[in-house]
Design a protein around this ligand. Structure first.
Ligand code: ATR
Length: 301
């Protein structure tokens, strides 16, 4: 077995995997997957490729022509990844987006989405179950939909979506209702970030999720203030963003006394579950987690 610091040499047999995104320079995925390949003795390498939207399909088909195993796909390509696939699994269809593509031996491109299930697995390992809980999610963009679906499928009692642009929260709720039908009925509500609406909603929430992009850039404000987080006393605060330091949202939530969970567990689990498509088994979670932690410590912030 190769170890992480001395991987097997690259030979003509070495296979290729990658993440495609824009931007992708700060992705932790190469660190996680390459450490896992080395630990498991898999003769493959994983790269991060910055690909602009107009080049996405060409890049995917080029990687397929090169005999790559598959790719992960991140912002802004997840909907395009679903569109380029010949076959989409149920999770990708429901999410309207794919974060995993697999190049099958018969020439077809297969799409999966492991973001929602990755989110749930990360909560499982933190001992948090969503069943019967009331979830308030801030944000209604690309990251929000797979997580929203996962919350509903885990039998959350309510899912309220609050967004700066309320029309996008309403559109997300319409999409969720179209996918889940009666199973979603009565559990969904669209909100704005209007302080009055938040003051009414927050005391009713058991789980707060930041699905906005706030926290990615230095100097971003928190989507919810400390005072607002305090209204949701005893709630669990979850950020989908992963970073070395706690995000502005998790800092506000911790200052309000809430339990906090960052996005690193979700990132690790979506990666480990990508392996089910590529290698018919879950990737080594502990190896991936350690590699992500090391990478975050080295990565300039
Ligand atoms: P992602 O794929 O990461 O979710 P996105 O689809 O661009 O990215 O969505 C970003 C989310 O963050 C949206 O919900 C966005 O709100 P709008 O729909 O109103 O644009 C939210 N967001 C970004 N900047 C924000 C800000 N300054 N205040 C509040 N919400 C913000």
């Amino acid at each position: 077995m190769a170890d992480r610091d001395h991987p097997a040499p690259i030979t003509p047999a070495t296979k290729l995997c990658a993440v495609l995104g824009a931007p992708v320079a700060h992705s932790g995925s190469p660190a996680m997957h390459n450490a896992a390949f080395a630990a498991e003795g898999i003769d493959a390498r994983y790269f991060a490729f910055h690909v602009e939207p107009e080049a996405f399909e060409t890049a995917v088909r080029g990687l397929q022509a090169l005999g790559a195993i598959g790719v992960n796909v991140t912002v802004p390509h997840k909907a395009a990844a679903l569109a380029v696939a010949d076959v989409a699994g149920k999770r990708a269809q429901e999410a309207g987006a794919a974060n995993v593509l697999t190049f099958a031996a018969d020439g077809r491109i297969l799409a999966d989405n492991t973001d929602g299930i990755g989110f749930i697995r990360s909560l499982d390992e933190a001992g948090i179950a969503l069943r019967g809980r009331r979830v308030l999610m801030v944000g209604a963009g690309g990251a929000a939909r797979a997580v929203a679906l996962a919350c509903l499928e885990e039998d959350a009692a309510a899912l309220w979506v609050a967004n700066r642009t309320p029309g996008k929260a309403e559109a997300l709720i319409a999409q969720l209702t179209a996918v889940l039908g009666d199973a979603a009925a009565g559990r969904l509500r669209a909100l704005s970030l209007d302080p009055g609406e938040m003051t009414e909603a927050l005391p009713q929430a058991d789980v707060l999720i930041n699905a906005t992009s706030l926290g990615l850039k230095p100097g971003d404000p928190s989507p919810l203030s400390v005072e607002q987080c305090r209204l949701a006393q005893d709630a669990v605060a979850i950020d989908l963003i992963y970073a070395r330091e706690p995000t502005v949202f998790l800092k506000a939530a911790a200052a309000a006394g809430l339990t906090t969970i960052d996005g690193s567990g979700m990132l690790v689990w979506q990666a480990a579950l990508s392996w089910q498509n590529w290698f018919n088994r879950t990737g080594p979670v502990a190896v991936m987690r350690a590699a992500l932690r090391n990478w975050l410590e080295r990565e300039p912030s």
